[in-house]
Design a protein around this ligand. Sequence first.
Ligand code: 2P0
Length: 325
Amino acid sequence: MRQARARAHTNFALVKYWGKRGSALNLPAVGSISVTLAGLSTETSVTFDSAAPEDTLELNGKPASVEDTQRVSRFLDLIRGKANLTDHARVVSTNDFPTGAGLASSASGFAALALAASAAAELQLDATELSELARRGSGSAARSIFGGFVELARGQRDDGSDCVAKELAPASHWPLKVLVAVVSDAKKETGSTTGMDASRTTSPYYPAWVDTHAHDLAALRSAIADRDFALLARVTERSCMKMHAVMLATDPALVYWRGATIDCVHAVRELQKNGLPATYTIDAGPQVKVLTTAEHAAAVASRIAAVPGVLRVVESELGPAARLV
Ligand code: 2P0
């Protein structure tokens, strides 16, 4: 039996990923830049066992669905292929936040799985190679291999070898605070993979989304390097709203927002009018992620928590890279 355990933290993108240029290797059509969080993580152990008749997945203390187990099993096949291994595996994974509700559990989940499974299979992979592997599980997972501010390149090659993540700056470079306004604990209706494929094939705004992306990535890189909050806010919000415009114009429409989602956006805009450094982003789910500075975190958190429909506000700092535990 060969066993390893890893912890990875979730991330959310400021310049977003939505759409693929290749589905077999899970290649994104656009690059993305994210922040890795300290507070929201997944811990996963993988045990390859020659006596196990099949792969099993336990998620948050319960046997996972057939669909989730098959997705993990397909990912383990990649590892077995690289390591010349035929053993099945027991995978035990625990999130410290709700699964599938727009808090990117697939990001921390596949990052932790990539690290634990490759270590258990005794593969020697560096962080860049791990990010390429994690990407095969979920695009956003490539980013959770690294901590702080992270960029996942679109890459040009068909084999995906240049579609890897790298750290742009560690969390200590700019110790921003994250406040996640949770407005629903329900599992989302349309998963990201299905949703982005529908957008690519039906949304009339999809080509404009892809064409304007490089400009946003360049602007955000420079905002991070200069710790320029005003520029970071401007780029973060325009990338978020552009992505949601693409989603809304998908046929049939992808509407991930609830009423409280848009009320949080207005609350952040009000804070901005009052001179506070705050910005928001929304992923393929109803939650609103707010970034601010440590100095203003308490004031921003209490304003967001007061928005009707906000169930709770989860606070986090920027966090570390995935690691074996
Ligand atoms: C992002 N999202 O950049 C974007 C914004 C959601 C909205 O990356 O198909 O679950 O597994 O590669 O990684 C979520 O997409 O999609 C995501 P797959 P994933 O954070």
